[in-house]
Design a protein around this ligand. Sequence first.
Ligand SMILES: [Fe+2]
Length: 291
Amino acid sequence: MNTIYFDSSVKDDVRRQRLYNGQLFVFSACPSVIALHQLVCDLLEATFGSPIPSVIEDGLPVEKFLAAESSLKHQIMNHPQTKQLVQSLLQEFECDLSKTYFDLPQLRIVPARGYLPNNEGMFHDPHRDTWYAAPQCLINWWIPISEFESESALAFHPLYWKQPVNNDSRSFNQEQDYKNNFREAEFPHPEQQIEIEPEIRIVCPAGGVILFSGAQMHSAVPNTSGSTRFSLDFRTVHYDDILTNNGAANIDSYSTVALLTDFMRGTDLAKFSEEVIASASKNLLKPTPLL
Ligand SMILES: [Fe+2]
């Protein structure tokens, strides 16, 4: 990986290939993302009394924080407008909706470091999303809801783009309800010391988008910014890439089942057939060349 593309106008086929090659894409706010952003702000306002609360954890018992977070995640995933807003977003980014499948956006709330006991929340730790039983063509769309600083950003760890890491992805339990209960879920994690530096932190305005391959080693920076960080993310996979096993090289993901049951086609929300999921699962452990 060596390039961050800003507001790139390359076609989706080229963009996906560059993502699989470890490059990163950053986009300014655009109408479809602003619409999704507004929905989240409306729900945040209904819960916290402010569309973009500055610090929600001050004086809030941890149990109440976790309950509010869980409720908001559920509301966003199940809101009648959410799927249509993601479809519009993919259309604005000129994805082929007939071949692009997406999952439901997840809200992330990162409170100040030290607020949650044991720094609860595995998303703080370095990981690859592909460790979570995902195909190598997984792409993460990360959308900041609040303005944020380097001290509360998402960090990429480029040392590990080509360097494997010992991890327990082999034993990831695909049955658990990890999306609704992500703080309790047993996610795969590194089984060795990770060199955090060098790291790349991209700071962009709220309503922007950071696009990255699910094979990127990344983490949430322990939040010392003084503000709660709110972000939304969802994932896409491309039908052709699933079938042809196109994607980032698999250097250390050991899942044997592709978790694709949640993904919906951009045109009509159809799910993958069992045959396609079986084929994707078979491809998971096939060696792919490092681009
Ligand atoms: Fe992640």
